[in-house]
Structures are given as structure tokens and as C-alpha cells.
Write a protein that binds this ligand. Structure first.
Ligand SMILES: [Zn+2]
Length: 453
């Protein structure tokens, strides 16, 4: 006789033991993190909870003060305190409190912020990532999305791509955006690509040759291609002719209006950029090209869909249904839809249910809203084959956040599977098989198998 509660305990115990394959992170190298001056406020509010602080009324100027370790922490606590108090109910804050409690001894409050900061400084040394990511969060490996530096006219400082993809293979495997090829808007963007590749780019055809060469060089090293353009524009990537793309490319070089800019202290005259609207045919063309090359090399494409990080976004731009033309045309490419498309969860469901090449990814989702993430997972298990659901991607720039997220993710998967077993939708063994698939095996099959063979 199995009692209610026994199954729930067994499911959650088994899920705690699973070594996660984490589909998405933005962590800096450990050596850089341990070299920086850290405290609870300057680290915990680097992302996510920061958006809640601003949404609750904190000014941008005061937010920047909170991150500045040169300002005494007592002063910064005074600033953040009333805002922290009103965002404590959000799951961004909850993820931080779980991390603060389990890693540094106490949830974040008036009495603990100094003590947490002291412990954080003490642990900020080599071995930090092994402790947090492997031992505490139980992550085997994470796909690391390289965040590019903001645009600079100083193309001679563009790092070689190999530098960007240098990750610590004990923890990470790189994902690459090919972003500089898909966001060209002025001459310095083209010059930067030419410079870092040690070549000249004068025509669209030169640009395409370089993109192909880069794919060829990197294909055996990257787990996925990432498309991030939804942060800048609607993710409707129209079929564009090479002629239209070339016209936009040539417009960049025929600008008669110039800007005087300073690039790393060097004063330069640069042709003004063309508008995003004018550049769109070129961007659309290059995105199609990137996807075609992903198909040629069998590399899955991760796409940002749904809500954006930060404040004041346009969610409708990233409705996952905008991608249907790509999904239908490139049947040989596996598309990994990020963040469940939140808030367009059911739209994502339908895409993954109907198209063999669409996968659903819970990266970020468990901490946007744990209740919505459970609802999404429950809906997906009712509708979508279990080999197409990817259950965890931390999506943090600091490792403590990844830990907090992993705790919520395991809790969520346990709760949903327990409910399915209690409702007799799944047998206990089936539920455990599903847990292993969505927290590890599916990501292993989709991203890592190709690299091992
Ligand atoms: Zn991300």
C-alpha cells in the first residue's frame, strides 16, 4: 500500500539527485568573479530583482548606487531597504533569499546584509563555482551564452571569437550568437568583423563568405546558436532577396552624413549608421543565412521568445508565433524556444505540439513565476511529447542566482509530477522517467551528443 505523501517524497528525493544539464547561463569566468569586490547588494541586484526594484519605484540613479561597492554598504542599504521590502513577495526576490540562506546563512534583511556580505567575500575565491554550481546546485554542465560588450567604434579592440568562446569546460560549453553578422548598421560594424577575422569585407558576398568560414571553424565547439534579436525588434524574419539585402549593405557605405566620435580616446569621423528599419532586409537575410548554416552543421538554434529582462519592454515583439515561417521552412533545424514564450505559454505549446522541430525551454521561467511555470509544465505534459521539454536553464550572470533558481526548478518539477501521479495521469515510474528526461537527458540529446561523436 502506497500512502499519499510517500510518492511525493520519493519524487522529490529522486529529483534532488538528478545532475542537471542547464540549457542557458551568462556567467562570467570564475577568475574574473573572484577578482572583483563583492557584497550582497552589488551581486544580488545585478539583474532580475533589479527590474522589480525599478518597477516598485526605485530611481535608475539610486539603483546604480546600490551596485557601487565604493559607497558604504550602510548607505546603500538605506536606499534599497523600502524597495526590497515591497519586492520580497516576487520570485526574483525568493530566488535570492534561497541563495542567501543556503549559501551564506540567512535571508537578506536589515540584520543580515552585512553578515551575508562578509561570508560572500570569504567564499569569493577559487573553487566558488565548483561549490555553488556542482555541489550545491547539482549541475553537471551549463550552456554558456556569451554576452557581447556594448557596441564600440573601436573595432581594433574587438576580441577574437576564440577568446569569447574560451569557457571553463569543467562547468560550461559555449553557445554562440553570430550577433555581429546579424546586426550590422554602420561601417564600423563591418570593419570590426573584417578586423577580427584578419580580412577585408567590401561586399555582401565577402560578408557571407566570412560567416560561412566562421561557422565552419566553430561548429565543432558550440552547443547551439543563439538568436537574441527579439530584444531589438519583432522576431518576424522575412524572406528577403539577396538584392534587397545587398541594397541595405551598400547604403551603409554610401552615407554622406558623418558623425564625429571618440573611440577609446581616438577621435574619428565615421559615416552615420542607417536606421534599423533600413537595415531590416539585411538583418532578415543574415538571420536566414545563420539558420541555414545551423541546419548544414546540425546545430540547434536557441531563440529568445516572450518577456525581456529589464524594464519597459514590448512583449508582443517576441510572440513565438512570429517564428512560424522559419519553423516551417527550416525543418532540418531544431528550434529551442526560450522562456516558454512567457506570457505566450499556450502559443509555444501549440508550436511544440505540432512541429517536430520545436522544443520548449524553461530557462528563466521558474523564477519569472513559479506558479506559471508549474502550470506550463503541467500543460506541456498533457500535450507535448516528453522528449521536447527542457526543464532548467538558470539564466543568471552570478552563480548564487543559478543556485536559487535550481532549487525552485526542482521544487516545481516535483510538485507537477506529484500531482500527475496523484491524479493517476502518470505512474510513479513514468513520472521519474519524465523528470530525468526534462532535467537532463533531453538537453544531453539535443545539445551535447553531436559534440561527443
Ligand atoms: Zn539569457
Amino acid at each position: 500500500m502506497v500512502f499519499k505523501g510517500d510518492e511525493s517524497r520519493e519524487i522529490s528525493e529522486e529529483i534532488k539527485k538528478i545532475k542537471l544539464i542547464d540549457t542557458h547561463e551568462h556567467l562570467q569566468r570564475e577568475e574574473n568573479r573572484v577578482r572583483s569586490d563583492v557584497d550582497a547588494l552589488s551581486i544580488f541586484f545585478l539583474q532580475y530583482a533589479s527590474s522589480d526594484l525599478i518597477s516598485s519605484g526605485l530611481s535608475y540613479g539610486d539603483y546604480q548606487k546600490i551596485l557601487d561597492p565604493k559607497i558604504p554598504i550602510e548607505q546603500r542599504w538605506e536606499i534599497i531597504s523600502p524597495f526590497w521590502d515591497v519586492i520580497r513577495n516576487t520570485s526574483y526576490a525568493r530566488a535570492l533569499n534561497i541563495a542567501a540562506r543556503d549559501l551564506y546563512g540567512s535571508e537578506l534583511n536589515e540584520k543580515s546584509y552585512k553578515e551575508i556580505s562578509l561570508k560572500m567575500k570569504e567564499m569569493n575565491r577559487n573553487g566558488l563555482y565548483r561549490w555553488i554550481l556542482k555541489e550545491k546546485a547539482g549541475i553537471e554542465i551549463s550552456l554558456q551564452d556569451t554576452l557581447l560588450k556594448p557596441k564600440s567604434y573601436a573595432y581594433w579592440n574587438t576580441p577574437p571569437i576564440t577568446k569569447l568562446l574560451e569557457v571553463d569546460r569543467e562547468f560550461f560549453i559555449p553557445v554562440h550568437r553570430f550577433q555581429d553578422f546579424t546586426t550590422i548598421q554602420d561601417r564600423s560594424d563591418v570593419e570590426a568583423i573584417a578586423f577580427r577575422r584578419g580580412t577585408n569585407v567590401h561586399t555582401l558576398s565577402d560578408l557571407l563568405d566570412n560567416l560561412e568560414a566562421e561557422f565552419n571553424e566553430l561548429s565543432g565547439r558550440i552547443a547551439a546558436v543563439k538568436l537574441w534579436l527579439g530584444y531589438r525588434r519583432p522576431i518576424i524574419f522575412e524572406k528577403t532577396t539577396i538584392h534587397e539585402a545587398e541594397k541595405a549593405f551598400n547604403r551603409i557605405f554610401s552615407q554622406r552624413v558623418f558623425d564625429r566620435v571618440e573611440a577609446d580616446g581616438v577621435r574619428m569621423t565615421v559615416p552615420e549608421d542607417i536606421s534599423l528599419e533600413e537595415a531590416k532586409p539585411l538583418h532578415d537575410f543574415m538571420v536566414h543565412k545563420v539558420i541555414q548554416l545551423a541546419g548544414r552543421y546540425g546545430i540547434p538554434v536557441q531563440i529568445h521568445t516572450g518577456m525581456h529582462e529589464g524594464n519597459e519592454n514590448i512583449p508582443a515583439n517576441t510572440n513565438p508565433t512570429h517564428l512560424i515561417n522559419l519553423i516551417m521552412e527550416y525543418k532540418n533545424v531544431k528550434f529551442d524556444l526560450f522562456h516558454g514564450g512567457y506570457p505566450y505559454i499556450s502559443e509555444s505549446t501549440v508550436l511544440a505540439k505540432n512541429f517536430p522541430n520545436v522544443y520548449l525551454d524553461m530557462a528563466w521561467l521558474h523564477i519569472i513565476s513559479p506558479s506559471k511555470a508549474r502550470e506550463a509544465l503541467s500543460e506541456w505534459l498533457d500535450t507535448v511529447p516528453s522528449n521536447k521539454i527542457l526543464g532548467f536553464g538558470g539564466d543568471y550572470v552570478f552563480p548564487e542566482g543559478v543556485y536559487g533558481h535550481s532549487v525552485i526548478a526542482r521544487e516545481n518539477v516535483s510538485k507537477v509530477l506529484t500531482e500527475k501521479v496523484e491524479d493517476k495521469d502518470l505512474k510513479l515510474e513514468e513520472a521519474l522517467t519524465v523528470a530525468r528526461r526534462i532535467l537532463r537527458e533531453n538537453a544531453e540529446n539535443l545539445f551535447l551528443k553531436r559534440l561527443k561523436t
